[in-house]
Design a protein around this ligand. Structure first.
Ligand SMILES: [Zn+2]
Ligand SMILES: [Zn+2]
Length: 423
Protein backbone atom coordinates (compact mmCIF):
# COMPACT_ATOMS: atom_id res chain seq x y z
CA UNK A 1 0.00 0.00 0.00
CA UNK A 2 1.56 3.30 -1.08
CA UNK A 3 1.34 6.03 1.54
CA UNK A 4 0.27 9.15 -0.38
CA UNK A 5 1.03 11.36 2.62
CA UNK A 6 4.72 10.53 2.42
CA UNK A 7 4.73 11.21 -1.34
CA UNK A 8 2.96 14.55 -0.74
CA UNK A 9 5.41 15.62 1.95
CA UNK A 10 8.33 14.61 -0.26
CA UNK A 11 6.84 16.60 -3.16
CA UNK A 12 6.53 19.77 -1.03
CA UNK A 13 10.04 19.23 0.37
CA UNK A 14 11.47 18.89 -3.15
CA UNK A 15 9.89 22.22 -4.17
CA UNK A 16 11.43 23.88 -1.10
CA UNK A 17 14.73 22.24 -2.00
CA UNK A 18 14.56 23.78 -5.48
CA UNK A 19 13.91 27.23 -3.96
CA UNK A 20 16.76 26.86 -1.47
CA UNK A 21 19.13 25.96 -4.33
CA UNK A 22 17.84 29.01 -6.26
CA UNK A 23 18.51 31.35 -3.32
CA UNK A 24 22.00 30.00 -2.68
CA UNK A 25 22.83 30.21 -6.38
CA UNK A 26 21.78 33.88 -6.22
CA UNK A 27 23.85 34.53 -3.07
CA UNK A 28 26.85 32.82 -4.70
CA UNK A 29 26.30 35.00 -7.79
CA UNK A 30 26.97 38.04 -5.62
CA UNK A 31 29.99 36.67 -3.80
CA UNK A 32 31.82 34.61 -6.44
CA UNK A 33 33.21 36.85 -9.19
CA UNK A 34 32.86 34.38 -12.14
CA UNK A 35 29.14 34.01 -11.36
CA UNK A 36 28.70 37.72 -10.67
CA UNK A 37 30.01 38.46 -14.15
CA UNK A 38 26.99 36.60 -15.52
CA UNK A 39 24.54 37.82 -12.87
CA UNK A 40 25.53 41.48 -13.35
CA UNK A 41 23.48 41.39 -16.57
CA UNK A 42 20.36 40.84 -14.48
CA UNK A 43 21.20 43.97 -12.50
CA UNK A 44 22.07 46.02 -15.57
CA UNK A 45 18.86 45.33 -17.41
CA UNK A 46 16.23 47.13 -15.32
CA UNK A 47 15.54 50.80 -14.76
CA UNK A 48 14.03 51.74 -11.35
CA UNK A 49 10.55 51.61 -12.94
CA UNK A 50 11.40 48.02 -13.99
CA UNK A 51 11.35 48.65 -17.72
CA UNK A 52 14.31 46.93 -19.46
CA UNK A 53 16.99 49.25 -20.81
CA UNK A 54 17.17 47.23 -24.01
CA UNK A 55 15.69 44.10 -25.56
CA UNK A 56 19.10 42.60 -26.27
CA UNK A 57 20.33 43.03 -22.69
CA UNK A 58 17.00 41.65 -21.42
CA UNK A 59 17.41 38.48 -23.49
CA UNK A 60 21.12 38.16 -22.63
CA UNK A 61 20.36 38.56 -18.90
CA UNK A 62 18.19 35.45 -19.10
CA UNK A 63 20.77 33.35 -20.94
CA UNK A 64 23.46 34.43 -18.47
CA UNK A 65 21.56 34.21 -15.20
CA UNK A 66 18.03 32.75 -15.23
CA UNK A 67 18.80 29.75 -17.47
CA UNK A 68 21.97 28.61 -15.62
CA UNK A 69 20.18 29.22 -12.31
CA UNK A 70 17.26 26.98 -13.32
CA UNK A 71 19.71 24.40 -14.73
CA UNK A 72 21.54 24.30 -11.37
CA UNK A 73 18.20 23.86 -9.58
CA UNK A 74 17.47 20.97 -11.96
CA UNK A 75 20.81 19.25 -11.27
CA UNK A 76 20.24 19.42 -7.51
CA UNK A 77 16.61 18.37 -7.97
CA UNK A 78 17.70 15.28 -9.92
CA UNK A 79 20.25 14.50 -7.18
CA UNK A 80 17.46 14.63 -4.58
CA UNK A 81 15.32 12.39 -6.77
CA UNK A 82 18.18 9.91 -7.16
CA UNK A 83 18.75 9.93 -3.38
CA UNK A 84 15.03 9.25 -2.84
CA UNK A 85 15.10 6.49 -5.48
CA UNK A 86 17.80 4.58 -3.62
CA UNK A 87 16.76 5.35 -0.02
CA UNK A 88 12.93 5.22 -0.17
CA UNK A 89 12.15 3.51 -3.51
CA UNK A 90 8.37 3.23 -2.94
CA UNK A 91 8.00 6.99 -2.53
CA UNK A 92 10.64 8.35 -4.90
CA UNK A 93 8.04 9.83 -7.28
CA UNK A 94 7.34 12.53 -4.68
CA UNK A 95 10.82 13.96 -5.24
CA UNK A 96 10.10 14.28 -8.97
CA UNK A 97 7.73 17.16 -8.17
CA UNK A 98 10.69 19.50 -7.55
CA UNK A 99 12.09 18.61 -11.01
CA UNK A 100 8.77 19.29 -12.75
CA UNK A 101 8.50 22.56 -10.80
CA UNK A 102 12.04 23.53 -11.84
CA UNK A 103 11.40 22.53 -15.45
CA UNK A 104 8.68 25.21 -15.65
CA UNK A 105 11.28 27.84 -14.63
CA UNK A 106 13.87 26.49 -17.00
CA UNK A 107 11.48 26.56 -19.96
CA UNK A 108 10.13 30.02 -19.12
CA UNK A 109 13.69 31.38 -18.75
CA UNK A 110 14.54 29.94 -22.16
CA UNK A 111 11.35 31.46 -23.59
CA UNK A 112 12.33 34.89 -22.22
CA UNK A 113 15.88 34.42 -23.51
CA UNK A 114 14.47 33.71 -26.98
CA UNK A 115 12.31 36.83 -26.70
CA UNK A 116 9.02 34.95 -27.18
CA UNK A 117 6.25 37.53 -27.02
CA UNK A 118 4.30 37.63 -23.75
CA UNK A 119 6.68 35.22 -21.94
CA UNK A 120 7.98 37.98 -19.64
CA UNK A 121 4.56 39.23 -18.54
CA UNK A 122 3.36 35.72 -17.91
CA UNK A 123 6.39 34.29 -16.12
CA UNK A 124 8.49 37.14 -14.71
CA UNK A 125 6.04 38.75 -12.30
CA UNK A 126 8.57 40.29 -9.91
CA UNK A 127 10.01 42.42 -12.73
CA UNK A 128 6.86 43.93 -14.26
CA UNK A 129 6.57 47.71 -14.47
CA UNK A 130 3.58 49.34 -12.80
CA UNK A 131 2.39 50.63 -9.46
CA UNK A 132 3.19 48.71 -6.29
CA UNK A 133 -0.14 47.78 -4.74
CA UNK A 134 1.17 46.48 -1.41
CA UNK A 135 4.30 46.87 0.73
CA UNK A 136 6.97 44.11 0.64
CA UNK A 137 5.41 40.83 1.76
CA UNK A 138 6.63 38.96 4.80
CA UNK A 139 6.89 35.28 3.77
CA UNK A 140 6.65 35.38 -0.03
CA UNK A 141 8.71 37.46 -2.43
CA UNK A 142 6.52 40.03 -4.17
CA UNK A 143 7.50 42.82 -6.54
CA UNK A 144 8.29 45.50 -3.89
CA UNK A 145 10.34 42.92 -1.95
CA UNK A 146 12.50 42.06 -4.96
CA UNK A 147 12.70 45.69 -6.18
CA UNK A 148 14.82 46.41 -3.10
CA UNK A 149 17.39 43.84 -4.26
CA UNK A 150 17.90 45.91 -7.40
CA UNK A 151 17.62 49.45 -6.06
CA UNK A 152 17.98 49.45 -2.25
CA UNK A 153 20.86 47.05 -1.55
CA UNK A 154 22.13 44.35 -3.93
CA UNK A 155 23.69 42.53 -0.98
CA UNK A 156 20.32 41.82 0.61
CA UNK A 157 16.86 40.52 -0.39
CA UNK A 158 18.32 37.54 -2.28
CA UNK A 159 15.30 35.26 -2.12
CA UNK A 160 13.30 34.40 -5.22
CA UNK A 161 10.04 32.91 -3.95
CA UNK A 162 10.05 32.28 -0.18
CA UNK A 163 11.79 34.79 2.10
CA UNK A 164 13.03 32.17 4.57
CA UNK A 165 16.72 32.17 3.58
CA UNK A 166 16.87 36.01 3.78
CA UNK A 167 15.27 35.83 7.21
CA UNK A 168 17.83 33.28 8.39
CA UNK A 169 20.74 35.26 6.90
CA UNK A 170 19.48 38.59 8.28
CA UNK A 171 19.21 40.00 4.75
CA UNK A 172 15.41 40.39 4.70
CA UNK A 173 15.85 44.07 5.59
CA UNK A 174 18.88 46.20 4.85
CA UNK A 175 19.48 49.21 7.09
CA UNK A 176 22.54 50.31 5.14
CA UNK A 177 22.23 53.94 4.11
CA UNK A 178 18.66 54.21 5.39
CA UNK A 179 17.67 57.35 7.25
CA UNK A 180 16.15 56.27 10.56
CA UNK A 181 14.52 58.73 12.97
CA UNK A 182 13.98 57.62 16.56
CA UNK A 183 11.66 59.38 19.02
CA UNK A 184 12.36 59.25 22.74
CA UNK A 185 16.00 59.49 21.68
CA UNK A 186 17.23 60.94 25.00
CA UNK A 187 16.00 57.88 26.88
CA UNK A 188 18.06 54.82 27.64
CA UNK A 189 16.60 52.61 24.90
CA UNK A 190 16.40 55.48 22.38
CA UNK A 191 20.14 56.12 22.60
CA UNK A 192 21.01 52.44 22.34
CA UNK A 193 18.70 51.99 19.36
CA UNK A 194 20.48 54.89 17.66
CA UNK A 195 23.80 53.21 18.42
CA UNK A 196 22.87 49.79 17.00
CA UNK A 197 21.10 51.29 13.98
CA UNK A 198 24.21 53.36 13.31
CA UNK A 199 26.35 50.21 13.59
CA UNK A 200 24.03 48.52 11.05
CA UNK A 201 24.86 51.29 8.57
CA UNK A 202 21.83 53.55 9.05
CA UNK A 203 21.95 57.36 9.08
CA UNK A 204 20.29 58.13 12.39
CA UNK A 205 18.29 61.16 13.53
CA UNK A 206 17.45 61.71 17.21
CA UNK A 207 13.99 63.15 17.91
CA UNK A 208 13.74 64.35 21.48
CA UNK A 209 11.61 66.63 23.64
CA UNK A 210 14.67 67.64 25.64
CA UNK A 211 16.76 70.60 24.67
CA UNK A 212 20.01 68.71 24.39
CA UNK A 213 22.35 67.39 21.74
CA UNK A 214 22.21 63.58 21.64
CA UNK A 215 25.63 61.94 21.52
CA UNK A 216 26.44 58.26 21.23
CA UNK A 217 29.24 56.43 22.91
CA UNK A 218 30.78 54.16 20.28
CA UNK A 219 33.53 52.05 21.84
CA UNK A 220 34.83 54.98 23.85
CA UNK A 221 34.40 57.52 21.07
CA UNK A 222 31.63 60.13 21.09
CA UNK A 223 29.48 60.58 18.01
CA UNK A 224 27.22 63.60 17.61
CA UNK A 225 23.86 62.62 16.19
CA UNK A 226 21.64 64.97 14.21
CA UNK A 227 19.17 65.99 16.93
CA UNK A 228 15.74 67.52 16.34
CA UNK A 229 13.75 68.88 19.27
CA UNK A 230 9.99 68.51 19.15
CA UNK A 231 7.10 68.43 21.61
CA UNK A 232 4.18 66.06 22.04
CA UNK A 233 1.16 67.69 20.35
CA UNK A 234 3.37 69.23 17.67
CA UNK A 235 3.73 66.10 15.54
CA UNK A 236 2.73 67.99 12.38
CA UNK A 237 5.93 70.09 12.71
CA UNK A 238 7.89 66.93 11.87
CA UNK A 239 6.01 66.32 8.59
CA UNK A 240 8.68 67.92 6.41
CA UNK A 241 11.49 66.04 8.12
CA UNK A 242 9.61 62.73 7.80
CA UNK A 243 9.50 63.12 4.01
CA UNK A 244 13.21 62.33 3.97
CA UNK A 245 13.05 59.59 6.62
CA UNK A 246 13.02 55.94 5.51
CA UNK A 247 12.24 54.40 8.87
CA UNK A 248 10.41 56.14 11.71
CA UNK A 249 10.85 54.47 15.08
CA UNK A 250 8.16 55.66 17.50
CA UNK A 251 9.70 55.00 20.86
CA UNK A 252 8.68 57.86 23.18
CA UNK A 253 6.48 57.18 26.15
CA UNK A 254 5.68 57.97 29.75
CA UNK A 255 5.03 55.82 32.80
CA UNK A 256 3.00 57.50 35.56
CA UNK A 257 3.27 54.31 37.67
CA UNK A 258 0.69 54.38 40.51
CA UNK A 259 -0.78 57.80 39.73
CA UNK A 260 -4.50 57.57 38.84
CA UNK A 261 -5.42 61.25 38.75
CA UNK A 262 -7.32 62.77 35.82
CA UNK A 263 -4.13 64.52 34.79
CA UNK A 264 -2.23 61.21 34.77
CA UNK A 265 -4.88 59.67 32.51
CA UNK A 266 -4.74 62.59 30.09
CA UNK A 267 -0.94 62.58 30.01
CA UNK A 268 -0.63 58.82 29.53
CA UNK A 269 -3.07 58.69 26.62
CA UNK A 270 -1.77 61.88 25.03
CA UNK A 271 1.88 60.77 25.02
CA UNK A 272 1.69 56.98 24.81
CA UNK A 273 -1.32 56.63 22.54
CA UNK A 274 -2.30 59.70 20.54
CA UNK A 275 1.07 61.30 19.94
CA UNK A 276 2.47 57.97 18.69
CA UNK A 277 -0.61 57.35 16.53
CA UNK A 278 -0.48 60.87 15.03
CA UNK A 279 3.18 60.45 14.09
CA UNK A 280 2.37 57.15 12.38
CA UNK A 281 -0.46 58.77 10.40
CA UNK A 282 1.74 61.70 9.31
CA UNK A 283 4.41 59.25 8.24
CA UNK A 284 1.89 57.27 6.14
CA UNK A 285 1.22 60.46 4.18
CA UNK A 286 4.86 60.58 3.08
CA UNK A 287 4.49 57.20 1.31
CA UNK A 288 3.63 58.19 -2.26
CA UNK A 289 5.62 56.38 -4.92
CA UNK A 290 6.89 52.86 -5.54
CA UNK A 291 10.21 53.55 -3.87
CA UNK A 292 8.47 54.83 -0.71
CA UNK A 293 6.19 51.77 -0.62
CA UNK A 294 9.18 49.44 -0.93
CA UNK A 295 11.54 51.13 1.51
CA UNK A 296 9.63 53.19 4.09
CA UNK A 297 8.70 51.63 7.43
CA UNK A 298 7.25 52.58 10.81
CA UNK A 299 8.27 50.74 13.94
CA UNK A 300 6.13 51.38 17.02
CA UNK A 301 7.24 50.48 20.52
CA UNK A 302 3.92 49.33 21.95
CA UNK A 303 5.52 47.24 24.71
CA UNK A 304 4.81 43.88 26.29
CA UNK A 305 2.12 45.71 28.29
CA UNK A 306 -0.16 44.89 25.34
CA UNK A 307 -0.58 41.42 26.82
CA UNK A 308 1.26 41.27 30.15
CA UNK A 309 0.70 43.38 33.32
CA UNK A 310 3.30 46.12 33.71
CA UNK A 311 2.32 46.88 37.34
CA UNK A 312 1.28 50.32 36.12
CA UNK A 313 -2.42 50.47 35.11
CA UNK A 314 -2.27 53.64 33.04
CA UNK A 315 0.85 52.51 31.23
CA UNK A 316 -0.95 49.28 30.28
CA UNK A 317 -4.19 51.03 29.26
CA UNK A 318 -2.52 53.61 27.06
CA UNK A 319 -0.05 51.16 25.48
CA UNK A 320 -2.83 48.64 24.78
CA UNK A 321 -4.87 51.37 23.10
CA UNK A 322 -1.83 52.23 20.95
CA UNK A 323 -1.24 48.56 20.19
CA UNK A 324 -4.83 48.15 18.99
CA UNK A 325 -4.68 51.30 16.86
CA UNK A 326 -1.50 50.03 15.19
CA UNK A 327 -3.18 46.65 14.57
CA UNK A 328 -6.18 48.43 13.04
CA UNK A 329 -4.21 50.82 10.86
CA UNK A 330 -1.65 48.36 9.63
CA UNK A 331 -4.40 46.46 7.85
CA UNK A 332 -4.25 49.23 5.23
CA UNK A 333 -0.82 50.74 5.89
CA UNK A 334 0.93 51.88 2.69
CA UNK A 335 4.29 50.69 4.08
CA UNK A 336 5.65 48.06 6.46
CA UNK A 337 4.61 48.60 10.10
CA UNK A 338 6.44 46.74 12.85
CA UNK A 339 5.57 46.47 16.51
CA UNK A 340 8.21 46.32 19.22
CA UNK A 341 6.97 44.13 22.07
CA UNK A 342 9.56 44.63 24.77
CA UNK A 343 9.76 43.19 28.26
CA UNK A 344 11.16 45.07 31.28
CA UNK A 345 14.66 46.42 30.66
CA UNK A 346 16.81 48.53 32.95
CA UNK A 347 16.39 52.26 32.24
CA UNK A 348 15.99 55.63 33.90
CA UNK A 349 12.21 55.03 33.82
CA UNK A 350 12.52 51.51 35.16
CA UNK A 351 15.61 51.07 37.38
CA UNK A 352 14.51 47.57 38.46
CA UNK A 353 14.17 46.28 34.84
CA UNK A 354 15.80 42.90 34.32
CA UNK A 355 17.10 42.91 30.73
CA UNK A 356 20.11 44.91 29.61
CA UNK A 357 18.86 47.74 27.37
CA UNK A 358 21.91 47.33 25.13
CA UNK A 359 20.99 43.70 24.49
CA UNK A 360 17.35 44.67 23.87
CA UNK A 361 18.35 47.30 21.26
CA UNK A 362 20.69 44.80 19.58
CA UNK A 363 17.95 42.17 19.42
CA UNK A 364 15.50 44.69 17.92
CA UNK A 365 17.89 45.47 15.06
CA UNK A 366 18.67 41.77 14.56
CA UNK A 367 14.99 40.80 14.38
CA UNK A 368 14.19 43.71 12.06
CA UNK A 369 16.85 42.40 9.66
CA UNK A 370 15.00 39.08 9.74
CA UNK A 371 11.90 41.08 8.76
CA UNK A 372 9.97 40.17 11.93
CA UNK A 373 6.84 42.29 11.81
CA UNK A 374 6.29 41.78 15.54
CA UNK A 375 9.64 42.08 17.27
CA UNK A 376 9.35 40.38 20.66
CA UNK A 377 12.24 40.83 23.09
CA UNK A 378 11.47 39.59 26.58
CA UNK A 379 12.38 36.99 29.15
CA UNK A 380 8.72 36.14 29.77
CA UNK A 381 7.89 32.97 27.78
CA UNK A 382 4.15 33.72 28.05
CA UNK A 383 4.49 36.76 25.78
CA UNK A 384 5.71 34.56 22.92
CA UNK A 385 2.43 32.62 23.12
CA UNK A 386 -0.04 35.33 24.17
CA UNK A 387 1.06 38.16 21.89
CA UNK A 388 0.86 36.35 18.50
CA UNK A 389 -2.47 34.85 19.54
CA UNK A 390 -3.88 38.22 20.61
CA UNK A 391 -2.52 39.96 17.52
CA UNK A 392 -4.02 37.37 15.19
CA UNK A 393 -7.47 37.43 16.85
CA UNK A 394 -7.70 41.22 17.17
CA UNK A 395 -6.48 41.71 13.62
CA UNK A 396 -9.05 39.22 12.31
CA UNK A 397 -11.83 40.90 14.32
CA UNK A 398 -10.84 44.34 12.98
CA UNK A 399 -10.69 42.96 9.45
CA UNK A 400 -14.21 41.58 9.68
CA UNK A 401 -15.85 44.58 11.34
CA UNK A 402 -14.15 47.54 9.67
CA UNK A 403 -13.79 48.80 6.11
CA UNK A 404 -10.71 49.11 3.89
CA UNK A 405 -9.14 52.58 4.09
CA UNK A 406 -6.33 52.21 1.53
CA UNK A 407 -7.76 54.67 -0.96
CA UNK A 408 -8.35 57.26 1.72
CA UNK A 409 -4.67 57.17 2.78
CA UNK A 410 -3.57 57.39 -0.85
CA UNK A 411 -5.85 60.31 -1.71
CA UNK A 412 -4.79 62.35 1.31
CA UNK A 413 -1.13 61.57 0.58
CA UNK A 414 -1.47 62.74 -3.01
CA UNK A 415 -3.28 65.87 -1.89
CA UNK A 416 -0.64 66.69 0.70
CA UNK A 417 2.14 66.17 -1.85
CA UNK A 418 0.45 68.70 -4.11
CA UNK A 419 0.11 71.08 -1.15
CA UNK A 420 3.76 70.57 -0.29
CA UNK A 421 4.72 71.47 -3.86
CA UNK A 422 2.53 74.61 -3.85
CA UNK A 423 3.95 75.79 -0.53
ZN1 LIG B 1 15.68 40.80 -10.25
ZN1 LIG C 1 21.22 39.78 -7.59
Amino acid sequence: MVNYWIIGVLAIASVFWAEIVRDFYHVASHYWPPLYKLHAWHHRVFRPNLTPVSDTIYKQAHWRHDVPEAATMMVFGLLLWAAAYFSIPSYHWGAAAGCVYTLSFLLSAIARGCGIKGADELTDITHQPGEFLTPPANWFVNKPYHWRHHFDNQNAYYCGTFTLIDKLMGTALSLKGKTVAVTGASGTLGRLLLKHLHKAGAKVIALTSKNEQVTLNLDGESLFVKTVTWQVGEEADLAELLEKVDILLVNHGINVHGDRSGEAIAKSYEINTFSAWRLMEIFFLTVRNNENIATKEVWVNTSEAEVIPAVSPLYELSKRALGDLVTLRRLDAPCIVRKLILGPFKSNLNPIGIMSPDWVAKQIVKQAKADNRNIIVTINPLTFILFPLKEFCVSLYFQIFSRKAVLEIKEVAEKSSVEAKIN
